[in-house]
Design a protein around this ligand. Structure first.
Ligand code: XIL
Length: 367
């Protein structure tokens, strides 16, 4: 109860202090309600702790990479856990290539590929098929064929054998890989038995046979050193444009993106290049990204530079509404170029600056 104080100055002080208390209470309530709005509930994962996969899932984007059989090895749980946590799409680094899967005429060995598909299914990941027709990792019997009709028949048997086996379960395939050479004028590569013995038509036929085996699968041409505007990407552009003109089912182009830390998205004109393929109505994916460390700068500096390149690559990919960003591996330890430490996780599976850079891009780029 309010008791009148006999000392008027005391009275006014009491009144003033009451107003002050009231104001403080009102202000306090306002500040604390503002805090309640700004602070996320304790159970929600802070955005800065979300995995690449969670951030990509939220925007309907595919992020992932190549995996080896290590993913099935119970002695390397960190490998499998990292892939499950960070990737929503995986690619078999070697298990689906011609020699491992079809080492003799008409004989297929799907054991390893099946186990890897089972892993992907169990972790609700897309499995991307790699690769049907490539001049490397071929079985001996293919290299021994010298007759055009016989080699075409071998391609048909291989492509249809593999695509039929995974019909409806593998929804995207690299059909033809690396068939443009790096030489002057970028003709089809001479060191490919398919180019030498059959000629350009093997490309079209491979796509047609893959489409026949699974009409719902999306089919890609895949190559390296084609990220920017250059002679080789011009050659790929003409190739796929020609296929489209003939009504061949090709859905997209994979840009492998094996680069080093000095790569520049700007000077290579990567965005302009990817955009011209998008304008043909084709999907675009970065399929084998790795960024090699180079030179004598201190390691921390090189890692920052590597992170910048990763960041620029993903930013460019998102800017052209690419379908997927795929890194060629998981940990530097098992990279095909491991001495250049090109991947997102170090030998101890710790995320590198490049990992955080990709996360920042996913967090900061509007959908
Ligand atoms: C590489 C694998 O990473 C290695 O393990 C293997 O020894 C050789 O092939 N372009 C491609 C990939 O399309 O299939 C290659 O993968 C890397 C270059």
């Amino acid at each position: 109860m309010f008791v009148q104080n006999r000392d008027p100055s005391k009275n006014s002080r009491t009144l003033l202090s009451k107003v002050a208390i009231l104001t403080a209470c009102v202000l306090g309530a306002w500040v604390s309600s503002a805090q309640t709005v700004a602070t996320p509930p304790k159970t929600e994962t802070p955005k800065t702790e979300l995995s690449l996969r969670q951030l990509a899932d939220a925007r309907g984007f595919l992020i992932g990479g190549a995996i080896s059989a290590t993913v099935l090895d119970p002695d390397s749980p960190e490998y499998s856990e990292t892939v499950a946590k960070e990737y929503n799409v995986v690619v078999t680094e070697n298990a689906m290539k011609w020699a491992p899967i079809n080492n003799a005429p008409g004989q297929f060995n799907f054991t390893l590929a099946d186990l890897m598909l089972k892993y992907a299914d169990a972790h609700k990941q897309v499995l991307r098929g790699h690769t049907l027709v490539w001049h490397e990792q071929l079985p001996r019997y293919v290299g021994e064929i010298t007759d055009k009709a016989a080699l075409l028949a071998a391609i048909k048997e291989h492509v249809q054998g593999v695509v039929t086996q995974y019909k409806g379960r593998i929804k995207m395939w690299d059909v033809v890989n690396e068939t443009i050479s790096d030489g002057p004028g970028n003709p089809l590569r001479e060191n490919s038995p398919f180019v030498k013995i059959i000629g350009p038509e093997f490309i079209e036929m491979a796509f047609r046979w893959a489409h026949e085996a699974d009409p719902d699968a999306k089919l890609y041409y895949n190559d390296y050193n084609t990220e920017g505007l250059n002679g080789k990407s011009d050659a790929v552009y003409e190739l796929v444009k020609g296929l489209l003109a003939k009504g061949v089912s090709i859905h997209g182009v994979g840009f492998q993106t094996h680069v080093d830390m000095n790569f520049s998205v700007e000077t290579s004109k990567m965005r302009e290049n990817l955009e011209r393929f998008r304008k043909l109505g084709l999907a675009v994916q970065l399929t084998e990204v790795d960024v090699q460390l180079k030179g004598d700068a201190p390691k921390a500096e090189k890692l920052q530079q590597q992170a910048k390149v990763y960041s620029d690559l993903l930013t460019t990919c998102l800017a052209v509404k690419c379908e997927a960003f795929l890194v060629w591996g998981v940990t530097d330890q098992f990279s095909w170029r491991s001495s250049f430490k090109p991947l997102l996780f170090d030998e101890d599976y710790l995320p590198k600056p490049a990992y955080f850079a990709l996360r920042d891009v996913l967090l900061g780029t509007p959908k």
